[in-house]
Write a protein that binds this ligand. Sequence first.
Ligand code: NAD
Length: 500
Amino acid sequence: MSMLGNYIHGRAEASHSGRSAPVYDPATGEESLRVALSSADETREAVSSASEAFATWSRVSPLKRARILFKFKALVEEHADELARLISREHGKVFSDAKGELTRGLEVVEFACGIPHLQKGEHSLNVGTGVDSYSMMQPLGVCAGISPFNFPAMVPMWMFPVALACGNTFVMKPSEKDPSTPMRLAELLSEAGLPDGVFNVVNGDKESVDVLLTDERVQAVSFVGSTPIAEYIYATASAHGKRVQALGGAKNHMVIMPDADLDQAVGALMGAAYGSAGERCMAISVAVPVGEETAERLREKLVAELDKLRVGPGLVDGPDNDMGPLVTREHLEKVRGYIQAGVDEGAELVVDGRQARIEGAGDGYFVGGSLFDHVKPGMRIHREEIFGPVLAIARAASYDEAVKMINDHEYGNGTAIFTRDGDAARQFCEQIQVGMVGVNVPIPVPMAFHSFGGWKRSLFGPLHMHGPDGVRFYTRMKTITQRWPSGIREETNHFTMPTL
Ligand code: NAD
């Protein structure tokens, strides 16, 4: 069984921690690899490498940094099929979806290639007579990224392209469930000409993470994962003086108004609820039809569509399945447990994914798409994130009730409204307490040149990922106010507050 180690100072390094974890192929249930769980000392070694590299990397001109990212982008494109297969083999998602994830990650690289423009700062001439003021957006130093299993390429690529472009160095701690893709990205960065030590990968668990949260050389921590861990990361790293952006879990609702194009809404819901087996932080897990008639029509169409849902391995000869297996056996059991919890709490299980017959499932971690109706706020399957292919219909009597249901929820990552009414859509965008909102768009993930982030307990920290917020997060502003001696022609009074 091969063992995945770390990537430190521009090369793969074996770990000697003596601890490791299994990595499975979710489509077969077989252990395909072991991944090292690095020791605290090995993690510190990666931080040392990044810390040494910062002295020179931070002084490389933004244009040259961007050129390396341009090459990296070309290399990722060249290796896209290989990377997508790697993602699918460890995560389980279908090949076309893995390619889509790579594309969304590459868009952040494209954004970061514009860094000479993005990092320009501001300048004001004559803020006082003969006095100019300008700002520099300087890199922070060593930044750390900790990522979840569900996007092994895209989520790291939300972080490191912007961080590196801004002149920082980076230590990435990927999910131990599907760690191979970030390691391959590290090799491609080196091949693109990134100097050794600028980007490092440490595989591990809490032991490694705790070093990244407390080591005084780490200046900033970007985290994406579940809410309890996000909260821990935010509290611990902040207490150690670091800037933190910690993105957490979600429960995303889609409101379907009586005037919505129902075929469009159902098509959108199927992809948003069941794509990637529901293992997306922007997946729609609650459909909120407004009015009984809308609910009945929606339910009928969803049941018909679910009958056609193709579930199977992520890598197949011929056309892709619609969704693959869940990531681990443990997660499969958790999702099955939630389906049972919904039944026990009195929701109506309209389609039971546990009964689905799945071609070629073998010992893979498969469950079919499930649909609940008459789900009420307060039920566990409404309160908690299931992170599986389970869609709940929670009926609302009115638009106001739908909005209240969403605003009362502890999560606020994404939401959508389907309607033909501009006024309802406009009201919704203004009133809703959620960070990312779609109007007739089910998964409103902002493009790379906008920023990604939720509200409430879906994000801890003030700044979202990538886009303008990403550049702000990975730089600190220094403002210079300057006047030159030749401009001093008379005595100044040094004792009063300078007002220029
Ligand atoms: P997770 O919280 O279990 O793990 C995320 C990372 O934290 C991993 O690298 C893991 O090794 C590390 N970790 C786990 N336990 C830890 C501990 N006790 N101390 C320190 N580090 C620890 O999340 P997951 O199961 O990999 O990913 C799924 C979750 O991620 C879902 O809740 C999903 O909503 C969320 N997610 C959110 C977004 C977003 O943008 N808000 C995006 C993707 C995923």
